[in-house]
Design a protein around this ligand. Sequence first.
Ligand code: DC
Length: 220
Amino acid sequence: MSGLVIAIDGVVGAGKTTTARMVAGRLGYRHLDTGAMYRAVTVAATRRGIAAGHTASLASMLAALTIDLEPDGRVLLNGEDVSDAIRRPEVTRAVGAYSDAPVVRKALVAQQQRMGAAGGIVAEGRDMAAVVFPCAELKISMVADLDERVERRYRELQQKGMVITPEQVRVDIETRDREDAARDYGVAGEGPEVTEIDTTDMTLEGQVDHIVALARQHGA
Ligand code: DC
């Protein structure tokens, strides 16, 4: 193993993706954005008109699908850059159903475990500590108040030029909070305990510094 496996999960809009990317950059690790992978599958399936319940069609689609997470943050679906498409609100609304499909989870978890096998990775997503990397040396859970999360996500989408109101963002986040709460990601019973970080009053740099310091304590 060259480097730690750092598992980061947390609530929607807590800043997981940006933080994980920056932590990875600081440590010289790879960033594994697993949400982007579920989003890419959602884009692929909806384009083909495959519903989340169509297990056989999803299975054959997945067998022929390549998802690449590039070092520069781009997400490629069979070689096509879908980095913007996967962040669109309609994908955000649809992704929950596809990520619930066992056939999708099985395929993506296997790919994620292959990607993390060599260590030196910051893996981000809801089931990282419990399911994908139960032996991760460092497990972080990021939380933040709802108002702050709405504000952050709204700003992010605006910067991407998306036409959306703060109210819509709030409804989306509340819906996803409910969906996440109803999901069973398993218990993070192996390896170290999960460290919770409340980012409500933290700056992005502060979050990154904090996690990098924890990683250093663990030998990164
Ligand atoms: O973190 P995100 O918003 O990009 O995640 C997109 C969706 O994928 C979200 O509904 C949760 C789901 N997801 C999942 O089920 N398992 C993961 N490891 C990562 C994301």
